[in-house]
Design a protein around this ligand. Structure first.
Ligand SMILES: [Zn+2]
Ligand SMILES: [Zn+2]
Length: 80
């Protein structure tokens, strides 16, 4: 696939597909255009920006963050 589009649109007649019918996954989908009845293939391309990892409390599964949003090793939800 060459140029990336902001909307899923037919490469023959440029008909734009509604957002709720567009293929937002990275798996290729074969689509027949509602307007010109020609087939085309579409998939979404995502740029990998990295992993976000957060510590979790082993006993209650809450995120281990203090009031400033900094990671800690101590669960603040734990009953005193
Ligand atoms: Zn079309
Ligand atoms: Zn906890």
């Amino acid at each position: 696939m060459s140029e990336l589009l902001k909307y899923q649109s037919c490469p023959y007649c440029d008909r734009i597909v509604e957002d709720n019918e567009a293929n937002w996954t990275e798996d290729e989908e074969e689509v027949t255009c509602d307007s010109c009845r020609k087939a085309y293939r579409v998939r979404a391309e995502y740029t990998f920006e990295g992993f976000e990892v957060t510590r979790l409390c082993g006993s209650c599964d809450s995120e281990l963050l203090d009031d400033e949003g900094t990671e800690t090793n101590v669960c603040e939800d734990r009953e005193a």
